[in-house]
Design a protein around this ligand. Sequence first.
Ligand code: HEC
Length: 199
Amino acid sequence: MIATTRNIGLTAFGASVLMAGGALACDPGKPGSELTGDEAQAVYDCLAEALHDGYTSGAKQWIPTDKVDDYRNWTLASSFPAAPGFHDNRFLLTWVNDVGAEEYLRYAENPKIPAGTWIAKESFSVNDDGNVRPGPLFLMQKVQAGTSPETDDWYYMLVAPNGSPMGVDVMTACSECHQGAYGFQGGLGYPVEEARIGQ
Ligand code: HEC
């Protein structure tokens, strides 16, 4: 009886349990830096549903809800969650919508990313004690040429693990790194090479 109640509680409040206490059931029990690709994938497989439930919870305000609801139906660009050391050492998985998938998946220098492209990146972290924490959902939208010259017509958005839109100064928090370090790739960082899915 106690077990049943507890299971119901975890199902209904899985996302908030994750926020509050870490994803206990998904903890790999060793530091994130020691995880193999397969082990990171196993953590993700365990976490995936709660992660998505979290991102899709609540109002999104200026962030289009349909994009947050749909991105997992877009083209997956990562073969496993890799932690390249950016975005706070988080493990990352990237999806691209139909408009931009073909061009993004070339991982080219100077790609011609069409306006209307959306890119979504999930994240989670594993600390030195081997505890998992959901991370934000990162979004980029390519808008019509000339709309936002200072960001090369990229809009940046961020959704917290509990689904709240996060207001950040996207110039300093996002664009300066993307444009400054990856301007030669159209402002795109791309997954690390061993984690790229090709066309
Ligand atoms: C310190 C540098 C840096 C900062 C700051 C940064 N990013 Fe990134 N971003 C990267 C790198 C590197 C990648 C590719 C890494 C990967 O996917 O494995 C990337 C990838 C992405 C992607 C997938 C598309 C791509 O570039 O391949 C999205 C979406 C994204 N970032 C959004 C954001 C948003 C939103 C912010 C601000 C809240 C942000 N980033 C801040 C470096 C940065």
